[in-house]
Design a protein around this ligand. Structure first.
Ligand SMILES: Cc1ncc(C[n+]2csc(CCOP(=O)(O)OP(=O)(O)O)c2C)c(N)n1
Ligand code: SF4
Ligand SMILES: [Mg+2]
Length: 311
C-alpha cells in the first residue's frame, strides 16, 4: 500500500522499512514462534498503509517483550505486565498514533491481567497481541496461566494442579470488541488477523499461539491447525455474542485435547472506543496532548510548581 511523505508525495511502503538498520538480529531460539509475530507485523503494517513513524509498539517483559527491538517503529519496552497502561496513555496523548501492545501469556494474562481486563472493558483503541506459548519462556519454562492442567515444569514438577485460564472467553466477557486467535505456524492467517486488529476501532485482542521449542518441548507445535472460518465443520456468526461465546468455549477446550482451532471469534464494529466515549462527554482535548509539547504558547507551570515543591 502507499503512504504520503512529508511534502505530500505518494510513495510505496516497503516492508523492509520495519527492519531496524542498526539493531541486533533477533536472539530468539531457532524455531521460536515469536518470529511468526514479527513476520506477521512486518507484512501487515505496510499493507494497512502504516509507515514506521506512525506506529508505537509497547511491550512487556519476556522473550516476547523483545519484539520492539526488532521492529522499526517507535518502541517502549516497559516493565513486566505493564505494556497496556503505557499503550493506553500513549494513545490518549496522541490519538493519531497506531498503538500496538504486546507481551507474553505470563505478562498479559498473569501479572498484567488486571490491565488486560480493564483495557478490554473500556475498549481502548489498541491492538493487543499476546504471544501465548503456555509457559514463562524468558525465565526458563515455569508454569503460566495458560499451561495445561498436569503440565510439568520447574515450578510444578509433579504436574500443574491449576485449571488454565480461558483467554478468548475472558476477553469477550471483559469487553473486547475484537477477539481472534492465530498461530505462528499459520503465517497467512496471522497476517490477515493482525491487519484486521490494527484496522479495528476499539480493543482488538489477538491470542497468538507461539511455540517455545526450548522450554515447552511437550507442547504441540500448534499443528495441524484448523481455521474456523475456512472449515466446513464450523459455522457461526462473529457478530453474534452468544455464538462467539460457544465457539470460544469449544476452541479453548479443543486446544487442551490436541486440536488447534484458530480464526476470528468476535467482531463488534458498533461499540464506541474509549476515546470516542471521552469525546462524547467532552473530556478529550481539542488538540492531541502530545502536540502541546511542541506548542510554545502552552505553559507548563503546574508541572514546574510540582517539581519545585519536591526539590
Ligand atoms: C515484577 C517482575 N516479576 C517477575 C519478573 C521475572 N520475569 C521476567 S519475564 C517473566 C515471565 C515471562 O513469561 P511470558 O510473559 O509468558 O513471556 P515469554 O518469555 O514466554 O514470551 C518473569 C516472571 C520480572 N521481570 N518482573
Ligand atoms: S526460550 Fe522459548 S519463547 Fe524464548 S526465545 Fe527461546 S523458544 Fe522462544
Ligand atoms: Mg509465555
Amino acid at each position: 500500500m502507499s503512504a504520503f511523505n512529508a511534502i505530500g508525495e505518494e510513495r510505496e511502503i516497503d516492508r523492509d522499512e520495519f527492519t531496524p538498520g542498526v539493531e541486533p538480529q533477533p536472539t530468539w531460539c531457532p524455531g521460536c514462534g515469536d518470529f511468526g509475530v514479527l513476520k506477521a507485523l512486518k507484512q501487515a503494517l505496510p499493507e494497512v498503509g502504516k509507515t514506521p513513524e506512525e506506529v508505537l509498539t509497547v511491550t512487556g517483559i519476556g522473550c516476547s517483550g523483545k519484539l520492539n527491538s526488532y521492529l522499526d517503529t517507535y518502541g517502549f519496552h516497559t516493565i513486566h505486565g505493564r505494556a497496556l497502561p503505557v499503550a493506553r496513555a500513549a494513545k490518549l496523548a496522541n490519538t493519531d498514533l497506531e498503538v500496538i501492545a504486546a507481551g507474553g501469556d505470563g505478562d498479559g494474562y498473569g501479572i498484567g491481567g488486571n490491565h488486560w481486563i480493564h483495557s478490554a472493558r473500556e475498549n481502548h483503541d489498541i491492538t493487543y497481541i499476546v504471544f501465548n506459548n503456555e509457559i514463562f519462556g524468558l525465565t526458563k519454562g515455569q508454569t503460566s496461566p495458560t499451561s495445561p492442567k498436569g503440565h510439568k515444569s520447574k515450578t510444578q514438577p509433579s504436574g500443574s494442579a491449576k485449571t488454565p485460564l480461558r483467554p478468548l472467553s475472558m476477553s469477550l466477557n471483559a469487553g473486547s470488541s475484537y477477539v481472534a486467535r492465530t498461530a505462528a505456524v499459520n503465517p497467512n492467517q496471522a497476517k490477515e488477523i493482525i491487519k484486521e486488529a490494527i484496522e479495528h476501532d476499539g480493543f482488538a485482542h489477538v491470542d497468538f499461539l507461539t511455540q517455545c521449542p526450548t522450554w515447552n518441548k511437550d507442547a504441540r507445535q500448534y499443528v495441524p491447525y484448523v481455521d474456523v472460518q475456512e472449515s466446513d465443520d464450523y459455522d457461526f456468526d462473529v457478530t453474534d455474542r452468544q455464538e462467539a461465546v460457544e465457539m470460544m468455549h469449544e476452541t479453548e477446550n479443543a486446544l487442551y485435547e490436541g486440536t488447534v482451532l484458530t480464526g476470528r471469534y468476535y467482531v463488534d464494529e458498533d461499540r464506541p472506543s474509549y476515546q470516542e466515549e471521552k469525546e462524547a462527554v467532552g473530556e478529550m482535548p481539542e488538540e492531541p496532548l502530545a502536540e502541546r509539547y511542541f506548542d510554545d504558547d502552552v505553559e507548563w507551570e503546574r508541572s514546574y510548581d510540582l517539581l519545585d515543591r519536591h526539590t
